[in-house]
Structure formats: C-alpha cells, structure tokens
Design a binder for this molecule. Structure first.
Ligand SMILES: [Mg+2]
Length: 410
C-alpha cells in the first residue's frame, strides 16, 4: 500500500453495472431481461438516472429527458428511483471492499478505487485475487460489476469502461500508452463534449494521436487542461486514492447557563439543534434514519431515547422527531440542564441530482438557500421565529446569536 496521499503504484477501479437497475431487479426479478428506465414516469419533467442494457439498445442513456426515453422505447418499464435502497447497497459494497483492501476511495454511489500497491504478498496473485473479490461481491449481493486494474486511477478507470464491453481488464505496468492509444478520446476522463468536438475537428479521434504530438500544441489550445490531456493520453496520472471514512453519527447538544423548566424554551432549543444537525448532515452529504434525544436533568440524571424514521436530512423532520421523543422522555418535573439531538445510521445522500417528489424539491431548495445564507453570513444568520423569540424573551437564555428570523417552516 502506498502512503496516504501518495499516488498508487497499482490501482483497481471497480464499477457496478447498471447499478440502479440491478438493485431494482433484486427487489423485483420480473424486471430481468426487460428494458428498464430509472428516473420517474415518462410524462414527468426529469431525466434518466439509470437504465438497463436492454434500454440502451434503443439509444436511451443517463441524463436523457424521460420523455425522450419514452419516445425511443415506449414499452420500457419506467421506475421512480429509490435512493435509500441504492445507498444501502452501495454501503454494503463498501463494507465488503473495506474488508479486503487497506485503502478504498468511494468515488460515487457505484464506483470505487482501491489502492493495491504492494499488496501482492497479502492478496496473492493479482488476477486470482481480483477475480475472487469480484465474485465474492457478486455472490454476496447478487450485483454485477466490472473492474479494471492498472498503474494509476486514470488507466484503471478506462480499463473498467473498456471492460464493460470486453470483460475485466488488467493493464501491465508500462503498457498504459499502448493500451489507451486505439481508444476514442471520449473515453478519457476529463474530455468533455467541447474538448471532444475540438479534438475531432483537429482530426484526432484516437487517444494515440494526442500522445504522438507535442504537449505544446495542447497547452496552446486548452491551457492547463491541455497539459493534463497530453499526460493522460500517455497514461500518466498521479492522483492518490483518497481513503473513505464512514461517518457513524452526527449530533449537537446545548447546555443551559441556568437550568430551565419552560417548555417553550426547550422547544426553541430543539429547533435550533435540529437546524444545526440538519445543516451538518446536508453539508457532509448524509441522510439519517435514526434520531436520539438526550436529556440531562439539573440533578445530572440523564435519559436518552431513540426513534427511527424514513431517511432524511431536513430540519423540520429532525425537529418533529426530536419533539416526539422528548415528550415521552421528559417524565420528571425537574429542571433541565442539557438537551441534545444525535443522528446515526447515516448513509450518503445521492438524491440531490434526482429530485422527483415535489414536496422534497420544495424543501431541498429551501434548505439549500438557508445553508447558503448561513455559509455567507454565519450560522446564526437565519433561524426559526420561535428560537429568536426565546432569545429576545425575558430570560434571554436561549441558544445565542440569531440576528433575524425567517418564517417557521413547519
Ligand atoms: Mg456503474
């Protein structure tokens, strides 16, 4: 294994095949063999989030408007995405991989880089080991995948993409440039639509034709992107595999300066804590389904209680849950010293790209706006009306700092 932050000397890239559809098929095997489009109903606004190989044969691809996909293949099965399921399966793949290799990067919901530099002694012969790893994931989770192995991340990823059509590939050290040369420039990470058009216009459809020319030509044309394009065309890439750490819990607590008895004050505290935790979840890209409330009485007796809900990172849901838990938890008529909300069972939130529920869309826009204001003007810049009320109220002991309020979001 290479040192943290160092570029690998041997790297595996692993990509789940038609991931969303594969998970849907686990839940409903009648989808096997049929053209399937995940994204929503054909008459909704919105785009294809994923589709099956059978659907691709009709020309359907990710990010295509759903309506267009329907025109191409009206007999396809159109499904609403179920990100909770996808994220859960993605976490299970991460867990299996983490058990096998020391350094794992999760590049997206269905894509992983493994730094396997110098792992020969632990893992055994690379070809056998990678084959076993793939089949253990496929055996355990029933999800198909493709992998590529090469000296670096870039070439390993290209090997995976080539392997989607031709089977898993391993590129021997030193064989990077000859491996890349015959492939279309489009397959190189970093080559977008515009650059592809320019390269085609220059008569360079293949990666090999870039590698043969001088770097100067490309830096003149594309600036610093030209330099990396030229390096990439020769299979050079120094980016490290960035280790992925699973966040287990996220929470916030508030200790009162003076112990409180006023329920409105506690309510205000929960609103404030829900905002903080919600913002932290969103900033770190997590959803939670487990909420725990902690209550410490003035005599230091502490009580906690946990409830589950659907995956969320919305302040108003966290607040509602916390209030519900608190009502059943606060059983003694004793002053309160501390209140806390913590969340666990976190999964990564890949939903922002695919908003379908109007309700969700509304709240998502709202929270994105609030988070932006808090980033720019400080975390207390916006809060619920009742938090502010408590602050400015007679006791003045509420959570500190808000300057102005927005209307309540319940
Ligand atoms: Mg994939």
């Amino acid at each position: 294994m290479s040192e943290a932050g160092a570029s690998p000397t041997r790297c595996m890239h692993l990509d789940m095949d038609t991931f969303f559809v594969s998970v849907e098929r686990l839940m409903d095997p009648s989808l096997n063999g049929r053209p399937v489009v995940v994204g929503g109903t054909p008459f909704q606004r919105g785009v294809v989030a994923g589709c099956s190989r059978e659907a691709r044969r009709y020309g359907i691809h990710s990010a295509m408007p759903l309506r267009q996909a329907y025109e191409l293949c009206p007999q396809a099965v159109f499904l609403h995405p179920n990100f909770t399921h996808y994220a859960e399966y993605s976490d299970r793949v991460s867990e299996l991989l983490e058990d096998s290799v020391p350094v794992l990067e999760k590049a997206s919901i269905d894509e992983f880089y493994l730094d396997i530099s110098g792992c020969g002694r632990i893992l055994g012969e690379e070809g056998n080991w990678s084959h076993r790893l793939k089949h253990s994931i496929m055996g355990e989770l029933q999800l198909p995948l493709t992998y590529g192995i090469a000296r670096n991340k870039l070439v390993a990823k290209v090997a995976t993409n080539v392997g989607k059509r031709h089977g898993d590939m391993r590129v021997a050290d030193g064989g990077e440039a000859p491996f890349l040369a015959p492939h279309h420039v489009r397959i190189l990470p970093g080559v977008g639509e515009v650059m592809e058009r320019d390269l085609l216009a220059m008569g360079m459809p293949r990666i090999g034709s870039i590698a043969r020319l001088s770097i100067q030509l490309f830096t003149n044309m594309f600036g610093k992107h030209g330099r990396s394009l030229h390096e990439h065309s020769r299979g050079i890439d120094h980016s490290p595999v960035l280790p992925y750490r699973r966040q287990k819990t996220l929470g916030a607590e508030h200790t009162y300066m003076e112990d409180v008895l006023d329920p409105r004050e506690m309510e205000a505290t929960f609103k404030y804590l829900a905002q903080r935790v919600g913002r932290d979840l969103r900033e770190r890209g997590f959803l939670t389904r487990t909420i725990t409330v902690k209550l410490r009485y003035a005599d230091f007796v502490t009580a906690t209680k946990t409830l589950h809900c659907d995956y969320t990172n919305a302040d108003h849901v966290l607040y509602r849950m916390a209030e519900r838990i608190f009502r059943s938890l606060y059983t003694r008529r004793v002053r309160v010293r501390l209140l806390g909300i913590s969340t666990s069972n976190l999964i990564e939130d890949y939903g922002q790209m695919f908003l379908f529920e109007e309700e969700e869309e509304k709240y998502d826009g709202l929270y994105a706006g609030l988070d932006e204001i808090r980033r720019r003007f400080g975390k207390h810049a916006i809060t619920y009306g009742s938090v502010l009320e408590q602050r400015n109220g007679p006791s003045g002991r509420g959570p500190s700092g808000p300057q102005y309020a927005v209307s309540s979001m319940q």
